[in-house]
Design a protein around this ligand. Structure first.
Ligand code: ARG
Ligand code: MN
Ligand code: MN
Ligand code: MN
Length: 302
């Protein structure tokens, strides 16, 4: 199988945080070429508009346009038999890739799961957002709640059954957002649980649960701010106390080896906040771990 890179160089979801520069920076550093990816280029969309709409959300129209373009780019890779790797861009773009992956899973008659690695649940709605930034919305939108102009990016709603969304590494949860998660019934593993049980054990348990449910299409949405800022400072919304590169590489290797994962997002890389290329290096290690798992090789941690 081949990896089809779909770049989404935008930060319409996050007040000009610098995530728009992510795909270009990783290309300039040679990552897609080194990792043997097929570069399908960048999708395009409108510029950020910071004026909030009647719901207090910013750049909803722009986010919807970008997500629709991401959806079509990712759908194109899936239709061509590739493994889509959506490179953000801010995390709002995951609404587009999840819309494509969910439609593909439905078409192929597979159960659909999303594993979400993030410091944030991204489970706000216009009613609960403290910021109005649409990158705080995508997981909730995938579960069918949120701004109607964003829900319509998907061909159906909800794109995912809430009990099939599992989050890892969350540690910065807004009060209304936590209420949303509990009401909708999402499984989320906060950092204290990760420290207690181990990320790899949690992920192995999740893989076993998915296999017991008959397998399916697993989409992994990886926000780089899931990692500890000591290893990955190049993000717009860093939160201390995050995942180590070693445990993340291990978990990604398990996911690759499971054979269940059929699409992947890597989002929120903001090169302007990076130090000495260390975030890019960590991202490459995480990706290499996943790829090594898929081909049955041992993951190397530098
Ligand atoms: N919870 C905050 C908000 O809604 C931060 C969200 C951060 N999301 C992200 N994809 N980095 O604004
Ligand atoms: Mn397929
Ligand atoms: Mn996120
Ligand atoms: Mn985040």
């Amino acid at each position: 199988g081949w990896y089809g890179l779909v770049g989404a160089p935008t930060d319409v979801g996050n007040v000009d945080c610098g995530a728009a520069e992510g795909p270009g920076a990783l290309r300039a550093m040679g990552l897609p070429r080194r990792m043997g990816m097929v570069d399908r280029g960048d999708v395009r969309g409108p510029a950020y508009d910071g004026r909030p709409d009647a719901t207090g959300s910013r750049s909803v129209r722009e986010t919807a346009a970008w997500c629709a373009a991401v959806r079509d780019g990712v759908a194109g890779v899936l239709a061509d038999g590739g493994f889509p790797l959506m490179l953000g861009g801010d995390h709002a773009m995951a609404l587009g890739s999840i819309a494509a992956a969910a439609a593909h899973a439905r078409q192929e008659g597979r159960n659909f799961f999303v594993l979400w690695f993030d410091a944030h649940p991204d489970f706000n709605t216009p009613e609960t957002t403290p910021s109005g930034n649409t990158h705080g919305y995508p997981a909730a939108l995938a579960c069918g709640i949120g701004h109607p102009d964003l829900l319509s990016v998907g061909a159906f709603t909800p794109l995912i059954r809430p009990d099939r969304l599992i989050q890892f590494g969350v540690r910065d949860i807004d009060a209304g957002e936590r209420a949303n998660l509990l009401r909708i019934g999402v499984e989320f593993h906060e950092m204290d649980a990760v420290r207690e049980k181990g990320l790899e054990a949690l992920v192995a348990h999740t893989i076993a649960r998915i296999q017991a449910a008959g397998g399916g299409h697993v989409h992994v949405s990886f926000d780089i701010d899931a990692l500890d800022p000591a290893a990955a400072p190049g993000v717009g919304t860093p939160v201390s106390g995050g995942l180590t590169p070693a445990e993340t590489v291990g978990a990604m290797r398990l996911l690759g080896a499971s054979g269940l994962v059929r699409s992947l997002d890597i989002v929120e890389f903001a090169p302007r906040h990076d130090r000495d290329g260390m975030t890019a290096l960590t991202v490459e290690q995480v990706l290499a771990g996943f790829m090594a798992g898929r081909t049955g090789q041992r993951a190397l941690v530098a």
